[in-house]
Design a protein around this ligand. Structure first.
Ligand code: PGA
Length: 252
């Protein structure tokens, strides 16, 4: 049985005070037992966030991690550092990291392998650009992104993986993929996994959609059979909106 998930990607937003008050607000809200809720404050506030969510069902995850174990990599944060403060899951491959920090498939595969071999689970993000969709190349682009990275992994590692399909043209733009476009791509992704592994693996992986999800469009997107939840940017910075999006993914 795959999990329903709603994860907030806070990106480079919220200082200490805002991190604290947003978490306190979220803790006051009712969530739904059938949806796993995750938030990802910036690195300096991860430990504070972990302490604050204590006794709640919210999981704190990180937005990124470095591909090397340790050493002379000024400004970077390692898998071991994250594990040492109690982080058990990280985003890898967000399009903003691919674009602004030049993270390519080779680097992303290194990150994925290092994280998973140290029990840091991953939400692996990928998705096509607008010109790739316009030229009808989106399926091939996504297939390549997966084949160069997660589809190289041993089957047994797939229980530590969540996928997040995020078409770049829909991130932070207010433009969302239609529920049909999301479903069609998620179904295709499951087929790629089936071809590389087996039915159990392809059926059990949670695939999130990301890109301008808001309370007004969440229900329709989450109702699609291969969409197991969402990775939420802008709307996760507002406790009420985030709660409504979580509610949209619940069957309770
Ligand atoms: P958005 O961001 O919801 O603001 O479009 C999604 C993401 O980047 O994960």
């Amino acid at each position: 049985m795959r999990k329903k998930i709603v994860a907030g990607n806070w990106k480079m937003n919220n200082g200490l005070n805002q991190t604290t008050s947003l978490i306190n607000e979220l803790k006051e809200l009712d969530f739904y037992r059938d949806v796993s809720v995750m938030i990802s404050p910036a690195f300096p506030f991860l430990k504070t966030a972990i302490d604050l969510v204590n006794n709640s069902s919210i999981e704190v995850i990180s937005q990124n991690v470095h591909q090397k174990k340790q050493g002379a990599y000024t400004g970077e944060v390692s898998v071991e550092m994250l594990k040492s403060i109690g982080i058990n899951k990280t985003l890898i491959g967000h399009s903003e990291r691919r674009v602004y920090s030049n993270e390519n498939d080779t680097v992303l595969l290194e990150k994925v392998e290092l994280a998973l071999s140290n029990d840091l689970d991953i939400i692996f993000c990928f998705g096509e650009e607008l010109f790739e969709r316009k030229s009808n190349n989106h399926f091939q682009v996504v297939k390549n992104q997966l084949e160069n990275t997660v589809l190289k992994l041993d089957r047994h590692l797939w229980r530590k993986i969540v996928l997040a399909y995020e078409p770049i043209w829909a991130i932070g733009t207010g433009e969302t993929a239609t529920p049909e476009q999301a479903q069609e791509m998620h179904e295709f992704i499951r087929k790629c996994i089936l071809e590389s592994y087996d039915k159990t693996t392809s059926e059990n992986v949670s695939i999130l959609y990301g890109g301008s999800i808001k309370p007004s469009n969440a229900t329709e997107i989450f109702s699609k059979k291969d969409v197991d939840g969402g990775l939420i940017g802008g709307a996760s910075l507002d406790a009420k909106d985030f709660q409504l999006i979580i509610k949209a993914n619940s069957s309770l």
